[in-house]
Design a protein. Sequence first.
Length: 115
Amino acid sequence: VQLVESGGGLVEPGGSLRLSCAASGFTFSRYRMSWYRQSPGKERDLVAFISRLGVSTNYADSVKGRFTISRDNAKNTVYLQMNSLKPEDTAVYYCNVKTTEGDYWGQGTQVTVSS
């Protein structure tokens, strides 16, 4: 299983970023996909997840109304559209999948929100 995140970077408060996670090594459409984030000195927290067919989504209260998770099962990719970014959104963002064989993480992509 391989998960490769991309799309992070430096953005000003109020700006937007779109993260991508390209997945391989498992049947992508069979599993829920999740995004987590971790700031220095803090635990890794769930940001959002999406059901295997994209029918249902769930968000942390801190990002509701600003972030949107989506997936393209034809491309084996999950996305996180982040709008109205705040300094407190600064973190390393990780893609995650829990399959029948294990719990897998990407390497993470850094998002920094600063003026």
